[in-house]
Ligand binder design. Structure first.
Ligand SMILES: Nc1ncnc2c1ncn2[C@@H]1O[C@H](COP(=O)(O)OP(=O)(O)OP(=O)(O)O)[C@@H](O)[C@H]1O
Ligand SMILES: O=C(O)[C@H](O)COP(=O)(O)O
Length: 393
């Protein structure tokens, strides 16, 4: 990477404003997945060892510039303190006189977590005044929030112009692994795209067709492709506005000589619940009042074979509604193939990572990205504002 990292600067006694992505899932105030917090430990421990004064900043959810009690970072501070095995002071705001006083009290190696930066409207507007207030708290800026690197906000981008600005170790690793995958991939390179957000994933499919050898489509996305080919999809998830784009991708794959895989059979259901009636049908045979909910057994086999014969696999988005057990087999089959293959496997996207965890296969993957939107944008070939703004080596 051509950007400076924490390894390239003097840190002892320095106040480091460290942007992290502690935007973790919460249920009844409890963190249900602390992966993003654990992923920042190498950077935080490195800064502690070097004797920096660590000031952590993060967003949580989308509070739209207002204080939302349920989106405070208190649970994250508690979890971080447990993981570090040391005290983490939690501030009630991210700027202001009290925060300044709390920073002034830090000794070398101490850790302070600021409150949700999105409680200030200026954060998402990249307000220079807010960025200045953040910068006044510190001597150096460390960006370790890969998950938010696609956002040009005051604490991810604005502040980088006001202080010496370097990447953290997580940011560095994410960029290295994903960068290597897309710029110099081992082949055959297989990209698997599933999930439900057709609009969000259209652009990444376009770029993956340029760089991958095999593109596999599953999940809710696939019905737009089936419909585009003239098949009946019943009540399945569908984006009517993307039929031409979907057809264009099938054509593009043919033109480029790429293998483009769509489901050949589908698990359909008459209801979105574990007690629903289900059937397995061939593509084109979905009755009008049923919906496609998972890839079928033949498709599972084909997809698993492709994965097993690959050298690099990038996977974003589940193959079906994996949260409901009877509809989880397609996602499980892909996760198992990823776990068994010799290929280097990269998982991007919150739900695919959650699926791998659920099937207890997460530790068999080579890299699970902490970025959802950020990893997609990176793979689309877009520049990430939070990275561009860091100092060059
Ligand atoms: N056939 C289907 N019909 C409806 N929903 C589906 C279908 N297949 C998968 N899904 C749903 O898609 C959701 C995940 O989609 P999503 O696009 O958010 O993936 P993701 O891996 O979380 O990516 P990202 O982190 O980029 O959002 C899951 O909740 C899953 O139940
Ligand atoms: O969860 C994410 O993808 C990141 O934390 C970014 O969150 P955002 O989409 O609300 O900016």
């Amino acid at each position: 990477m051509n950007k400076k990292s924490v390894r390239d600067i003097e840190l002892t006694g320095k106040r480091a404003f460290v942007r992290v992505d502690f935007n973790v899932p919460l249920e009844d105030g409890k963190i249900t997945d602390d992966k993003r917090i654990r992923a920042t430990l190498p950077t935080i421990n490195y800064l502690i060892e070097k004797g920096a004064k660590v000031i952590l900043a993060s967003h949580m959810g989308r509070p739209n510039g207002e204080v939302v009690e349920s989106l405070r970072l208190t649970p994250a501070a508690e979890r971080l303190s447990e993981l570090l095995g040391k005290k983490v002071v939690k501030a009630d705001d991210s700027v202001g006189e009290t925060v300044k006083a709390q920073v002034a009290e830090l000794n070398n190696g101490d850790v302070l977590l600021l409150e949700n930066v999105r409680f200030h409207a200026g954060e998402e507007k990249n307000d220079p005044e807010l960025a200045k207030q953040f910068a006044e708290l510190a001597d150096v800026f460390v960006n370790d929030a890969f998950g938010a690197a696609h956002r040009a906000h005051a604490s991810t981008e604005g502040i980088a112009h006001l202080l010496p600005a370097v990447s953290g170790l997580l940011m560095e690793k994410e960029l290295e692994v994903l960068g290597k995958a897309i710029s110099n991939p081992e082949r055959p390179f297989t990209a698997i795209i599933g999930g439900s957000k057709v609009k969000d994933k259209i652009d990444v499919i376009d770029n993956l067709l340029n760089i991958a050898d095999n593109v596999i489509i599953g999940g809710g996305l696939s019905y737009t492709f089936m419909k585009a080919q003239g098949h009946e999809v019943g009540q399945s998830l569908l984006d009517e506005s993307k039929l031409d784009v979907a057809l264009g991708f099938i054509e593009k794959a043919k033109k480029l000589g790429k293998n483009f895989y769509l489901p050949v059979d589908i698990v359909i259901s008459d209801d979105f619940s574990a007690n629903a009636n289900t059937k397995i049908v061939e593509v084109g045979d979905i009755p009008a009042d049923w919906e496609g909910i998972d890839i079928g057994p033949k498709t599972r086999e084909i997809y698993a074979d492709v994965v097993k014969n690959s050298k690099l696999v990038v996977w974003n988005g589940p193959m079906g509604v994996f949260e409901i057990e009877p509809f989880s087999h397609g996602t499980r089959a892909v996760a198992e193939a990823c776990a068994e293959t010799e290929a280097y496997t990269i998982i991007g996207g919150g739900d695919s990572a959650a699926a791998a965890e659920k099937f207890k296969l997460a530790d068999k993957m080579d890299h699970i990205s902490t970025g959802g939107g950020a990893s997609l944008e990176f793979m689309e070939g877009k520049v990430l504002p939070g990275v561009v703004a860091l100092n060059d080596k």
